[in-house]
Design a protein around this ligand. Structure first.
Ligand code: THU
Length: 157
């Protein structure tokens, strides 16, 4: 798959930044609120400063109001700082009814939001993707690799 920069067989193989952010995404799984889908997602971001922000999916009885883990992590950081430098983002997911055999890719909406944050900081983000009970971790260098020909601010201003 040409959008994958590198595939790792274990968290031990990751660079230090990757280890921190993946571990935090895994830790976020326990806070996921997913009583409707029973699909638990954890995410985390790490800034150049070393600060880490976590997120997890937050569902609602009014289904369209559900929000993904990636966006919770990004927005919770974005709500507290105007300028930032995100080095890496990690996502993991747990489906108790079905062992995920492949890392869980971010949905289209989250890809678009990740792109906005890259555009704000004018720097691509390393994206680590994995899944619960899976040792495999994929590294994607910049959202452009999985969101080509995208819509962005250049269309507006
Ligand atoms: N979900 C995420 O948190 N991130 C994604 O990238 C894909 C989907 C959540 C949303 C919803 O709570 C559940 O997974 C099932 O779609």
């Amino acid at each position: 798959m040409n959008y994958i920069h590198k595939s790792f067989d274990s968290i031990d193989q990751l660079p230090e930044i990757g280890k921190i952010v993946v571990k935090q995404a895994q830790a976020q799984l326990k806070f996921a609120y997913a009583p409707y889908s029973n699909f638990y997602v954890g995410a985390a971001i790490i800034l150049e400063s070393g600060e880490v922000y976590g997120g997890c999916n937050q569902e609602n009885a009014s289904y369209p109001l559900c929000i993904c883990a990636e966006r919770v992590a990004l927005y919770s950081m974005g709500a507290q700082m105007k300028t930032f430098n995100i080095q890496a983002l990690a996502v993991t997911a747990h489906n108790p009814r079905k062992k995920l055999m492949e890392p869980c890719m971010p949905c289209g909406a989250c890809r678009q939001v990740i792109q906005e944050y890259e555009s704000r900081q004018e720097k691509p983000i390393d994206i680590y993707i994995t899944a619960y009970e899976l040792d495999k971790i994929l590294l994607i260098k910049g959202i452009g690799a999985i969101l080509p020909s995208s819509f962005g601010k250049e269309h507006l201003i």
